[in-house]
Design a protein around this ligand. Structure first.
Ligand code: HEM
Length: 217
């Protein structure tokens, strides 16, 4: 999941030219314009600029969104995690390069970190499209329904077992296609991710799925 309910890009044909050319300033922009068109390039840049302003203050107070749809039994849904914790009034992002990890670690040492898991259902192709992830599924059209709760139990990420767990997680692959068929990812970007994540995970020799037998004591 990501921190916004929609992406600046409609589909993989827009996303990939941006990602692959972003490091090459002027020539890169030219390539993007040729591939995506001037109007769409400007619209995407505007959305990226607006998104860049939303710096996260804490992973525990952030809302997370699938931004892209999955199958949900006979339905199609977007899903979201809504945090229980709220930012203190006037809270600002930390100043250290690793402030998000430091903040989460400090919180987990003293309390559980809790989110509600909610889904919103597909309504129609115009208001809640499957193939175009640049359209936000608005909550007044498709309200979120809370189905469960995710609780990260209090723990010490800096302890020996915490470090072991961290190293294990770093080697995992977080692939949306690690899912039973009832929760099959849907739409253009999800199909593109099916190919890209597999190659990336193989390249960095990621571990296969955890099976619950892992122990970190
Ligand atoms: C054309 C579309 C996309 C492509 C080609 C793409 C590609 C990738 C690749 C190659 C990785 C590294 C995966 C790994 O090594 O395990 C990655 C990571 C990630 N992507 Fe995408 N992505 C796409 C769309 C999206 C969308 C729509 C979202 C969210 C809504 C998303 C969220 C993420 C996240 C959160 C990670 C980090 C996962 C981690 O921590 O390992 N991506 N993406």
């Amino acid at each position: 999941m990501i921190g916004s309910p929609a992406l600046p890009f409609k589909d993989a044909d827009e996303f990939v030219p941006f990602v692959t050319n972003i490091g090459k300033p002027w020539i890169g922009l030219l390539i993007v314009i040729l591939k995506v068109g001037l109007g769409r390039t400007l619209a995407i840049l505007k959305k990226m600029k607006a998104g860049a302003k939303n710096t996260a203050i804490s992973l525990a107070t952030m809302r997370y969104y699938s931004a892209a749809p999955i199958q949900f039994g006979p339905y199609a849904v977007h899903y979201s995690l809504k945090p229980h914790a709220v930012n203190a009034p006037g809270a600002q992002p930390g100043q250290t390069p690793n402030y998000l990890a430091e903040d989460l670690s400090a919180r987990l040492k003293r309390e559980p970190v809790v989110y509600d898991f909610a889904v919103q259902f597909f309504v129609d192709e115009t208001q809640t499209p499957i193939e175009d992830v640049s359209v936000e599924w608005k909550e007044d059209v498709a309200p979120f329904i809370t189905l469960g709760r995710l609780t990260l139990s209090p723990q010490d990420p800096d302890s020996a077992s915490g470090r072991k767990l961290y190293e294990f997680i770093e080697k995992l692959s977080f692939d949306i296609w690690h899912a039973p068929v009832e929760f099959k990812p849907l739409g253009n970007v999800m199909r593109a991710r099916r190919v890209a994540y597999k190659v990336s995970a193989k390249e960095r020799q990621a571990l296969s799925e955890p099976d619950g037998s892992e122990r970190f004591e």
